[in-house]
Design a protein around this ligand. Structure first.
Ligand code: M6R
Length: 612
């Protein structure tokens, strides 16, 4: 979380920084600031609030200069306030830093620096960096940063500027994302948390790795290790275009992204299913069939929505391939003695590719001998680089904090891998594989039809149930994930109480929650669990709960057991979570909109969770 941006060049520095911050605002939005080198002096302007608040403040106090850094914050140490906003400066205001990550030994460092006479102004861990660099500064910012970082434990993407070195930005990375944009105009370069920040200026970048430092001046960019050894980087071309990260007339990014799902699903399939004979070709997979045949267990490594996509994959892989799959949230997984070995395949699922818990669990799995497959949206992200094999979902930029199109594309990518695995292991007949792949190719069109037919109906349902404050989301089998994801969506953006549950677990406790004030959204699509799902709906209605059922088109019986029905198109059982995820997103969106919530930037959250 937190977005950082830096610029050297001849454009309007503050405007460039603000444009970058606006694109990074999804990473944190409680306070923001800039530091610009003005006539050899560091000028800092910062404020509590969003980028628009910072832009307002800057209207009256705009520092003009050729070098600047900026930050949008998601508070970890110290509440959101102007004082805790970045950039942070050293005692005399000679050095300014912006930082994303956590300095784990900051209390110890702070005490020590305080005893040495440094005076702190904020409660943040980041400020220790400014004072550390001050302590070691002897006329060379690069050396000061290198020496200062030796004392630091934790994660950082940090950028520093200094009035003694007014034409230089020094940045470094350890476990938090950092890229350098190579400007199209002479003497121009950018530093940022991710490609979206620099999209409108350049699409050529260096991806900075852990343990690397960057020195940026008008003469160019030098990448070195933290120990000072030069590193040769190759230029990375950013595929996304700036228009993809605009709202395009929609009220929120979230609704735009929900409606983009047919396109995103098509892109996920791309050229991967070839010809009428449905040949499956996963180009970047990089895991041999011989290895896949040896795999004895799969562990899904993911957080939040991505972990629910993993649950859909778990159901499919166990059913189609007969390989045991464990899904656990990465924040737990990394602290468990989960058994990884050379016959274990870890599947890391992450939209951003920068989620700290996911990355840490991946490193642990690697250390224990497992191979890793990454399913991610962001090309060149840390998750992508930490894995042995790749399956990009190609869903395009997802800006709304609530994950939508990435979720359905992640499920689809996992299903593509499932069929590949089944074929490699001889667990499926070619004809059955073709049937599944044909079903996958139909999903984008089905999603499109569904959105056309049902979005209005779901909006009306949201209005009908607007005053319901407590929800239960139920699902079974392939749709356990749908229940979990539905509940997360409405909690996250509408701030309503919701529990996602395996429908069969209701009688073991949660049924006690059911009253006439509770609404239950439950999947009841055709498949092996249909009858049991109906049984659960009857139990709920017998206790006064209101039931909205997700059922297939043509199922008339369901009307007897539900107050309202949302119709989803029919698909093979293991594919159907892709379609069932969409009504859950729409329902949460429309309810949140009626409550006038800040849908794209819900309170207390950030899109990319780069701290543990
Ligand atoms: O970028 P990732 O997919 O790794 O993010 C994982 C979760 O933080 C994310 O899915 C989160 O749960 C979403 N805000 C849910 O909508």
């Amino acid at each position: 979380m937190c977005g950082i941006m830096g610029y050297i060049g001849k454009r309007d520095t503050v405007e460039v920084l603000l444009e970058g911050l606006r694109r990074l605002e999804y990473r944190g939005y409680d306070s923001a600031g800039v530091a610009v080198l003005v006539d050899g002096k560091v000028e800092v302007v910062k404020t509590k609030g969003k980028i628009s608040d910072l832009a307002d403040v800057l209207k009256d106090r705009k520092p003009e200069g050729r070098v600047g850094i900026a930050h949008t914050r998601w508070a970890t140490h110290g509440p959101p306030s102007t004082k805790n906003a970045h950039p942070h400066a050293d005692c005399k205001g000679h050095i300014a830093v912006v930082h994303n990550g956590i300095i784990e030994n900051y209390l110890e460092l702070r005490e020590q620096l305080h005893a040495e006479g440094h005076r702190f102004r904020s409660e943040t861990d980041t400020e220790t960096l400014a004072h550390l660099f001050e302590k070691y500064y002897q006329g060379d910012l690069e050396k000061a940063v290198r020496r200062g970082l030796k004392d630091v434990e934790g994660s950082y993407a940090v950028v520093a500027v200094c009035d003694g070195d007014p034409g230089t930005m020094v940045a470094a990375r350890q476990h938090s994302p950092l890229i350098v944009g190579l400007g199209e105009r002479p003497g121009e370069s950018f530093v940022a948390s991710d490609p979206s920040a620099i999209l409108s200026f350049t699409r050529r970048a260096y991806l900075i790795d852990n343990g690397e430092m960057v020195v940026v001046t008008a003469d160019g960019v030098k990448v070195k290790t933290l120990a000072g050894k030069p590193v040769k980087k190759s230029v990375f071309h950013i595929e996304w275009d700036p228009g993809m990260a605009e709202r395009g007339g929609h009220k929120h990014f979230m609704i735009k992204e929900i409606f983009e799902q047919p396109h995103a699903l098509r892109e996920t399939i791309g050229e991967r299913i070839v010809g009428r004979e449905m040949k499956l070709h996963l180009a970047e997979l990089n895991l041999t069939d011989a290895y896949l045949r040896r795999v004895k267990k799969i562990v899904v490594i993911a957080c939040g929505t991505a972990s629910y996509a993993g649950m859909a994959g778990q159901y499919a892989i166990e059913k189609v391939c007969g390989v045991p799959v464990i899904v656990d949230v990465a924040s737990e997984l990394q602290h468990r003695e989960c058994v990884f070995d050379k016959n274990t395949l870890g599947i890391a699922i992450s939209q951003s590719g920068e989620t700290a818990d996911t990355l840490l669990a991946m490193h642990m799995a690697h250390r224990r001998g497992a191979k890793l497959l990454a399913i991610t949206n962001v090309i060149g992200s840390s998750v992508a680089r930490a894995a042995d094999g790749l399956l990009y979902i190609h869903a395009g930029p997802e800006i709304g904090v609530a994950s939508t199109k990435a979720y359905t594309s992640q499920i689809l990518a996992t299903l593509l891998f499932c069929v590949h695995l089944a074929l490699a292991r001889g667990a499926i007949k070619p004809a059955a594989a073709r049937r599944l792949l044909r079903g996958m190719k139909k999903l984008p069109g089905q999603a499109e039809e569904f959105l056309k037919k049902e979005a209005g109906h779901i909006k009306r349902l949201a209005k009908k149930y607007k005053n319901v404050m407590r929800y239960l989301y139920l699902g079974r089998g392939a749709h356990y994930c749908t229940a979990m994801e539905g509940a997360l969506k409405i909690k996250e953006i509408a701030y309503l109480d919701a529990e996602g549950y395996a429908a069969g677990e209701m009688k073991h406790g949660p049924l006690a929650l059911v009253t006439d004030e509770v609404a239950v959204l439950s999947t009841a699509v055709e498949g092996p669990h249909y009858r049991k799902s109906i049984g659960n709906l009857q139990e709920i209605r017998a206790r006064g709960g209101k039931v909205v059922a997700l059922a297939n088109e043509g199922d008339e019986e369901i009307r007897k057991y539900a107050d309202d029905v949302i119709r989803v198109p029919k698909a093979d059982e293991v594919l159907s979570p892709v379609l069932a995820g969409i009504p859950m997103q729409l329902y949460a969106y429309y309810v949140a909109d009626l409550w006038d919530r800040e849908i794209d930037q819900p309170r207390n959250l950030a899109k990319s969770v780069t701290v543990e």
